[in-house]
Design a protein around this ligand. Structure first.
Ligand SMILES: [Zn+2]
Length: 124
């Protein structure tokens, strides 16, 4: 595979780390990341507006997801506060709508990878 300097376009050796023409540093060779058996290991509870299960903006669903509440109760309390609380439920909803970021678009999680097979010397 031919490698070219990204600064001057000079053809380089595959393993060159510096361009002999202009001295620009080349990209380090690609190193596969180490194997993490439980990667990702942490799932941080974040206050986001999920894209699934939302009614209006996902505020109630996001609060329910973040604190393991029942989304039905969150919605009931919001409506009750809106009707009987002088609109405070609606106000809180709008504030959360502004403050809470929308859940980032994510691809479905990859299935867990099996551990790499142990090295076996070729049998001759
Ligand atoms: Zn160069």
């Amino acid at each position: 595979m031919a490698v070219f300097c990204r600064s001057c376009g000079k053809s380089l050796a595959d393993d060159a780390r510096f361009c002999p023409g202009c001295g620009a540093q080349m990209q380090p060779p690609f190193v596969p990341p180490p194997y993490y058996p439980n990667y990702p290991t942490t799932s941080v509870t974040r206050l986001v507006r999920p894209r699934m299960g939302r009614m209006i903006a996902g505020v109630c669903q996001g609060l329910a997801d973040a604190y393991a509440w029942d989304v039905v109760w969150v919605r009931v309390i919001t409506v009750l506060l809106t009707v009987f609380g002088g609109g405070s439920g609606l106000l809180a909803y709008i504030i959360f709508w502004i403050v809470m970021p929308e859940e980032p678009l994510m691809l479905p999680p990859m299935p867990p990878m099996p551990p790499p097979p142990p090295y076996q010397p070729p049998s001759q």
